[in-house]
Design a protein around this ligand. Structure first.
Ligand code: AMP
Length: 257
């Protein structure tokens, strides 16, 4: 049994997870749930695209077994006092900019695991810090679930697919390409022999700064397991960027070879 947890507003990135799950599981469930506890008070919970009918139409083409789209009150009991907190990790990278986000993510994923009892759960490398948090949760709690990481799916011009891309104006959509360009520049520097994290971070920052409308949230070279900064970007290092394009916060990353 494979589980693909999503917030809905499905795109090819989500479908790649579904297809990977189909290829290695007897049965596949996709959950669609805009999880309120992973959104901060000033974030886009109310605005988040809810496209249930279109999502079902896309999933109808994938021959999956279950769509689980609960109402919030089916998931959260009134006055619930129990949450899953992966300490330390949850405060790093996206967790530093989005207090409480990873507590909400860990809690909902744990609850989905309890509800669905999957053998495998499929997540995208796009949300690399989320992978680290969930891996640690699975390990610490001894959950009988294998976490499968799937590669980042991109638009033809390189922008990482995201449900939030639909917030972007035409102009912002062009500006957003700078995230991928910053990673490409880091990749080129590494190919030329540079491994110093500070230098690589400066390289990415200078590319991001070339789009004046884009505001950097973070640029980091981190150990993918601990999300702590590393001095040298060696193979396996997570190189991640997060930036605001207008009112939309976008993320992208690569694992250094
Ligand atoms: P979301 O609906 O944004 O919570 O995403 C649900 C799952 O799809 C998460 O595991 C994401 O990492 C994954 N995902 C989102 N965008 C992409 C993408 N462009 N490529 C691969 N996986 C993705």
């Amino acid at each position: 049994m494979g589980l693909v947890p999503t917030l809905g507003a499905l795109h090819e990135g989500h479908l790649s997870l579904v297809r990977t799950a189909k290829a290695c599981c007897d049965a596949v469930a996709v959950s669609i749930f805009v999880n309120p506890t992973q959104f901060g008070p000033n974030e886009d919970f109310a605005l988040y695209p809810r496209t249930f009918d279109a999502d079902c139409a896309l999933l109808a083409g994938e021959d999956i077994d279950v769509v689980f789209a609960p109402a919030p009150e089916e998931i959260y009991r009134a006055g619930a006092a129990t949450f899953v907190e992966v300490e330390g990790l949850s405060q790093r990278l996206d967790g530093a900019s989005r207090p409480g986000h990873f507590r909400g993510v860990a809690t909902i994923v744990a609850k989905l695991f309890i509800a669905a009892e999957p053998d495998r759960a499929f997540f995208g490398q796009k949300d690399a810090a989320q992978i680290a948090v969930l891996r640690r949760m699975i390990f610490d709690l001894g959950l009988p679930v294998e976490l499968v990481v799937c590669p980042i799916v991109r638009e033809s011009d390189g922008l990482a697919m995201s449900s939030r891309n639909r917030y972007l104006s035409q102009q912002e959509r062009q500006q957003a390409l700078v995230l991928r360009r910053s990673l490409d520049a880091v990749q080129a520097a590494i190919a030329a022999g540079e491994r110093n994290s500070e230098t690589l971070i400066a390289t990415a920052r200078s590319i991001l700064a070339s789009e004046p409308e884009v505001r950097i949230d973070y640029v980091a070279a981190a150990d993918w397991a601990t999300l702590l900064p590393v001095d040298q970007a060696l193979p396996g290092t997570l190189f991640a960027v997060a930036a605001w394009v207008g009112k939309t916060r976008l993320i992208d990353n690569m694992i250094i070879q």
